[in-house]
Structures are given as structure tokens and as C-alpha cells.
Design a protein around this ligand. Structure first.
Ligand code: SAM
Length: 344
């Protein structure tokens, strides 16, 4: 495993023995928390969940906003400074804007991002701006409305484009995330990159990963996504990353925006991974590919003190798998969980 960026995430402070931070046994410090606030979603993207959706978790088993805030406060005291809200679809949860304000007010959280499918978000852009959102990741796999319907099993592209243009008008930083499937055409990729022609939008292409909610593990064949992108855009030039990132980013002459690639199935970025996830039911995942390492709902509802939660988090992070391949092997799963229940 080679990764130029791994050194950025090490150093004295990242010693596994430094009690102030969340550091794993390989010296990777956790500074980024992804919170999945719901398992509900208004789309049925075919690479993410079955047409009928996934079995929904009863509301009382989903962490309340108060529980989530408490967890973020504990994480912030352990050096986490970036939070992303995801789902399911975050806007499927009532009170999202109020919750965003609550997280924004937590000392130590410098940036708060949202990942959304953009179907309902257009109506909330002013609220998001006012609440101090740091940026949006918009999931959008094609600009062709019949293809959009085929992929998401819903006819909502016009609403998504309203969100896209509305965010740009309001200067809300926006990235587009686009999953590349077996039948994604080069022309679709080129059209999506065109969104960054005159606007400062990074369009990131994601390798499809084994999280479709199917009852078996599909053989992933993403080809070499980066080589494919280089063939479509021979003029793209890679940027040096100062901070750990799952995406490799490229500039394109004549484009305001940038192009990115997320090799989520190849897992080339594990050595610099600085993030952990919490599922809607409160399961801590120290790797996207693990099966969960700590039941935080149980811990919270058992009445544990903040210091006890912090100790459990440190212990869980310390024993994090060395990379996504090791985590997947250890999980020994036979079917694909749905990304809707994890948060991407
Ligand atoms: N509903 C929100 C959205 O659409 O952005 C947030 C949740 S969604 C699960 C988060 C991200 O996971 C989306 O960008 C989606 O494209 C990505 N995703 C879902 N299933 C995936 C898969 N099998 N492989 C790669 N990415 C996937």
C-alpha cells in the first residue's frame, strides 16, 4: 500500500499513546466524523439499495439529535474538528436544520458538511447558509433524465438541478459525487465534468463498492477508473493534497472546477484515512468495510459518563483494521449491506 499523503497524518501528536486524541495502532489520527442521521431515503439508487428499499429501523432505535450532539461533543474533545451529515437522505429526517445549528455550535467543530441527493434540499438552501453549512456534496450520477430515472428509480432530476444551481447562486461550496457503473457512458462522464466548466465545482467519480443491499456479494468490476478518466481528459493534471482525502483531485485547463476520483473499492487511501462513521442506530464503524466496532446507543442509553464513552471510543479506534481489505476479510460477510444504512 503506497500513499504519499500518509505522512501528513502522523507526527508526534499522533502517537498511539497520546491520551488526548483518537489514534489507531498505525498512527492514524481521527479528525473527521460522518454521522448518518437516518436510514430513510426518497430515492432507490440501484447500486445502494433494492427497489423495495431496506427494512426500516423503528424510530426509537435511531439516535435522537440530543444523543448525537452529545457524541459529537465527546468526539470534539478528542480532536475531531470536521463533521459530515449523511443518511439515508438527511432531509428525510425532520428538524435537520435545527440539528445542524446544534452541531455548528459545538466548540472544536470547525466545519460541517452535508451529503445529499438534492431532491428536497433546494427549499432549504437559505436555511443551510444561515446555519453555517461549510459545503454540500451532491450525489448525481448522470445529467440525462431517463438515465437518472433508471438509476435512482425515481423521476427527480429537475429538483436536483434546482439544488445544484441554487447552491451556486448562494456561494455554498458544492462537490458532485458520481458513482460510475458498468453502463456509465464516457459522454455522461464528460457532461458531468462540464458542470465545472464555468463554476467552481469539483465533480468526483466514485468506484462502485459492494454496498447495494443485495443478498450476495457481487463481483466488482470497476476497470481502472483513473485510466478511463485520463483517456477522456488527457489534459488533466493531479493536484498535491495537503490534507488527507479519499479523493485524488485534478485540474483541467479551461475549467473553473476540478475533477476527482474516489477509489473506494480499490481502497488506495486507507493509509491516510482520518475518519470514522456512526450509523443511524449508533454503531461506530472505524472503517467503511468493518461490521461495526462499538454500539454507542447501548453505551449512551446505559447511562455511561462522557469520560467512559471517550475511553471506549479510544479503545475502539486503537484496534481499527489496518485497511479496508483487512476489515472486509475480518467481517466475513456473505451479502452486501446497503449504503443507505451506513451513510456512504
Ligand atoms: N442520500 C444522500 C446522498 O444521496 O448523497 C446520502 C447518503 S448516500 C448512501 C451517500 C453516498 O454513497 C452517495 O454519494 C452515493 O452515491 C454513495 N453510494 C451509495 N452506494 C454506493 C455504492 N455501492 N458504491 C459507491 N458509492 C455508493
Amino acid at each position: 500500500m503506497t500513499d504519499r499523503r500518509s505522512e501528513d497524518n502522523r507526527g508526534e501528536a499522533a502517537s498511539p499513546h497520546n491520551p488526548a486524541f483518537l489514534v489507531d495502532k498505525n498512527g492514524r489520527r481521527i479528525t473527521y466524523l460522518r454521522l448518518s442521521v437516518t436510514d430513510r431515503c426518497d430515492l432507490r439508487c440501484r447500486y445502494c439499495c433494492p427497489e423495495a428499499g431496506i427494512p426500516l429501523v423503528p424510530h426509537d432505535q435511531i439516535l435522537t439529535f440530543e444523543e448525537l450532539v452529545r457524541l459529537v461533543e465527546v468526539f470534539a474533545r478528542l480532536g475531531v474538528n470536521k463533521v459530515r451529515l449523511t443518511g439515508g437522505e438527511p432531509f428525510a429526517r425532520q428538524g435537520l436544520i435545527t440539528f445542524i445549528k446544534m452541531v455548528r455550535a459545538i466548540s472544536g467543530i470547525d466545519s460541517l458538511y452535508l451529503t445529499t441527493n438534492g431532491v428536497q434540499a433546494a427549499g432549504y438552501l437559505d436555511d443551510l447558509k444561515e446555519a453555517g453549512i461549510s459545503g454540500l456534496n451532491l450525489s448525481l450520477d448522470t445529467l440525462d433524465s431517463s438515465r437518472y430515472k433508471e438509476i435512482t428509480r425515481r423521476d427527480r432530476l429537475s429538483e436536483v438541478m434546482r439544488t445544484f444551481h441554487g447552491a451556486i447562486e448562494r456561494n455554498i461550496p458544492i462537490k458532485v459525487n458520481s458513482v460510475v457503473m458498468e453502463d456509465t457512458k464516457d459522454s455522461e462522464i464528460a457532461d458531468l465534468v462540464g458542470l465545472g466548466k464555468k463554476d467552481s465545482v469539483t465533480v468526483r467519480f466514485i468506484e462502485k463498492m459492494p454496498f447495494s443491499g443485495a443478498d450476495h456479494i457481487a463481483k466488482m468490476d470497476n476497470g481502472n477508473l483513473l485510466d478511463r478518466l485520463r483517456k477522456i481528459f488527457p489534459e488533466m493534471v493531479e493536484e498535491h493534497a495537503d490534507i488527507p482525502s479519499t479523493a485524488r483531485v485534478f485540474t483541467l485547463p479551461g475549467y473553473q472546477g476540478k475533477l476527482g476520483v474516489i477509489e473506494g473499492n480499490s481502497r488506495h487511501f486507507c493509509r491516510s484515512c482520518n475518519k470514522v462513521r456512526i450509523t443511524p442506530t449508533g454503531i461506530l464503524k472505524t472503517c467503511l468495510y468493518d461490521d461495526g466496532t462499538l454500539d454507542l446507543r447501548e453505551v449512551l442509553r446505559a447511562g455511561c459518563k462522557d469520560e467512559e464513552i471517550a475511553e471506549l471510543l479510544k479503545r475502539s479506534v486503537r484496534s481499527r483494521a489496518s485497511d479496508g481489505h483487512a476489515a472486509e476479510k475480518k467481517s466475513g460477510r456473505f451479502s452486501e449491506p446497503s449504503m443507505a444504512g451506513i451513510g456512504g
